[in-house]
Design a protein around this ligand. Sequence first.
Ligand SMILES: Nc1ncnc2c1ncn2[C@@H]1O[C@H](COP(=O)(O)OP(=O)(O)OP(=O)(O)O)[C@@H](O)[C@H]1O
Ligand SMILES: [Mg+2]
Length: 1006
Amino acid sequence: MIGGVALRVSSPVLVGRAAEAGQLWAAFERAQAGSPATVVVAGEAGVGKTRLVAELIGRVRGQGALALAGGCLDVGEGVVAYAPLVEALRSLIGAVDPAELERVLGGARAELARLVPELGPLEAGAEAATGAGALVPGRLFELLLGVLHRLAGRGPLLLVVEDLHWADQSTRDLLGFLVRNLRAGVVMLLTYRSDELHRRHPLRPFLAELDRSGRAERLELARLGRRELSELLAGILGEPAPAAMTLEILARSQGNPFFAEELLAARGGGDGGSGELPEALRDLLLARVEALPQPAQRLLQVAAVAGQRVHHDLLAEVAAQPSGDLVELLREAVAHHVLVAEDDSGGYAFRHALVQEAIYDDLLPVQRPPLHAAYARALAALIEERGDAAAAELGRLAYHWYTAHDLGRALLASVQAGQAAEAGFAQAEAAGHYERALELWEQAPEAAASSPLDRRALLQRAAQAADLAGAHTRAVALISQALTETDDDAEPLQAGVLLERLARYQWGAGDTAAAMAAVERAVAIIPAEPPSAERARALAAHGQLLMLRSRNRAAQARCEEAVAAARRAGARAVEGHALNSLGSSLGRRGHLEAGVAHLQQARAIAAELGDPDDLCRACHNLGCTYLDNGRFQDAVDAELECLDLARRFGAIGGYGPAAIATAAEALLWLGRWDQAERLVSEAFDLDPEPKAMVTLLLPRGLHRLWRGHLEGARKDLNWILERSKTSLEPQDSVPAYAWLAAEATWAGRPEDARATVAAGLALLDEVDQADLVAELCLAGLAAEAALAGRAVARRDEKARGQAARIAVSLLERARAAAGADGVAVTGAVRAMLLTAEAERTRVAGPGDPGRWAQAAGAWDNLGCPWPAAYARWHLAEALLEAGAPREEAAAPLQQAQATARGLGAAPLLGEVELLARRARIALAPEPVAGGDATKPAAPGDELGLTPREKEVLALVADGRTNRQIADALFISDKTASVHVSNILAKLGVANRAEATATVHRLGLNG
Ligand SMILES: Nc1ncnc2c1ncn2[C@@H]1O[C@H](COP(=O)(O)OP(=O)(O)OP(=O)(O)O)[C@@H](O)[C@H]1O
Ligand SMILES: [Mg+2]
């Protein structure tokens, strides 16, 4: 790439391009088989031609094959003939040894040395010719062909000639000759910039001729997509770029990797936001424009003021050119690939957005306002003539008036544009237009006075649109402004409405405590009589927050009150809203059917009224209700529907993360982990605010936990718990505590798990939701079982007694939550309770196979493979401990292994396999992914220990007695003691302490 900037860094990994690299490699394989191949790679400047070619060169050389490369230079026709061939031949000198060079050059050496003096020495008496003029082209072509054929005789050869758009006539002729006449295993790889080829470019006939010959294939390199661009940025930064940064760079670079690198470098590594174009990039972008005649350049300046695209009529109006001239200039701009004519819109677009940006930036500040004003007038006339306007046109109109400094017209146009955007569910845009109108409010008082929406309405609409777009913090700021401008005493209904909205946005922004205070104030200041929609709404909002705090019984009462108040006031929307929360709180207490019925009623009302917020909310809460009750597939379906609705109503920023998080968690329980992971990564692209991050980190943390990326799980879950306590809801914090405790148990830190569970339990005082309580207690029981096992090994009766006591209280707590007044026990809670009972038997002594079998069956019924496999692992263990025959334990263990392996649940698989080894139960061997991979030597192999002895040794090092070793491995005491003496002999040590020291010294303890 030309004009590079010193600071720019590239991604060390090649991003995307798998298909393209495959196509090139296939051509190379043909050369390996002895046939010639030619591939022409085309693409705009900076799209990655050189990078792709470089990867191929690397791969070819990696195979020990020869790759020669040269590039054409941007120096104009006829100055350096054959420049790329000269460069390629020069690289031959170092690539083969001198005798070999002599052989392949053969009789051509002397003549080629005129082109490439380094190939000398020249024959005695021959004149040293500096240019190519002394060579007869036909002869040179034949000589080179001979050399290439001889080189290909040694093995496949790759010959790269880059940047053909700058090639001189002689080079083009030579390449054409080679393509036609090569008969051996040579791949010719030619590249050129497609955006350099104007209509009369001399490369055009050359390419047409190649196409006709049928001897060359074409490869068009397109720009990178969004995913690839994020990967590119992550490759450069060494970590994923923030979503907002990725979006901005994607929008400006439009997927061109060179532009993306430049834009990233210009930010200086920080996230200082979009700024001016880097100078080097601007120069590069403008170079093509500056090659055009002056009148065309002026026209492009006018077009750039319109934006990335411009309608023909508008451009004609503003440019004020005679129409024949205008068309001529446009043709020129199109031929030079600056503009692209768009058939469907009847206008033109800048081929690259950055070119428009660069031209616009290059205008003097005084040049811009009159042009914007001209566009505004032209657009207004067009709209008036047509009698209606698209939302986007109104947005452009507002923008042009604003940049033309006509503030009054800008204000009115912004209000109109905001209304149109809102009607089209473009929430983020609507919020932007309303905020612009608010910004101008004081500066253009006359226009403000005639605005169809007053200031408070504007603040309210801006806040609502911002909230739906996911900008909850902004929504809080806007509605708070409206509140400071409203007097509680004079306008209690108005103030109550604003407070209710404030509560909603504060909740979205993650400040639940503040939300609760706001909504309580709303209920307090709105009088109960006469019945009002406003009061009903405040009550409904209060019920909703109580539900979200998992105080479901209180929520239910408040919501019932709200439904009644709404009906009295004839407030249908509020009725729907209250029914929604009522259904959710019923569902959270196990009354699935009643809950779903209320939620469906709420959804029908929202649909009838066309309220996007409540419609999305009803759908999302249905999903949550199904999830809480263990109806995982229904949860996925409801949330995917919610996602569709959110997309349709521009509320993807507001509802997307929550819907995705719930769907992903359900998918995890269902064992569809890859699908869950894909969904979650999609949600991170939405640049979620912290509250939404919390919901997303939950499924990601659980997935990481189950997969065995324990450190990642810990990070995700801790991040959640580090949010302030006031902002976290039990539905978020309780699972975070439970899974964090599970992580600690899996990582061998059951004491930490115990502490984590205790911290979580402290938050459950007001929570009347059995699934949350059971989940946390279950995590605690697993930790106590691990602690009890450890206490037994250490013969620490006191510790064991403590674990047993805590386990009993955890079990009682879970049972109490499930048995509380008005709570129904659903499938999910039942499965958790059964597992909890089974875990408790492990604390008290050997596990109870019957209970573990029941737990496994309960999870099977819910369609949850991971917990079922977990239960089967313990089932097998309990059977072995109870002295059951190996075959009986083998079945559940094999089943657990198959599930864990299929899921990629590494920690569980590890435990299952460890138990199998100890009990000498044969499991299915790990499928080997082809090849004859020989196993790397395991530590300790050189000591001649058998695998069994290594297991015994590990237990010895853990301080276990022969008795305990026998128990752990399901062997007799006698066998254990024989193993131990053999080991001591093999290690050449006198006692167990020395053996332990050896283990640590040699790192045999893994
Ligand atoms: N697929 C890719 N993965 C990672 N980096 C890429 C990729 N494609 C291009 N780049 C980077 O983008 C920059 C521009 O790429 P490159 O120089 O290959 O473009 P080009 O098409 O050869 O441009 P020119 O026409 O100017 O020669 C380089 O720094 C390159 O490393
Ligand atoms: Mg290049």
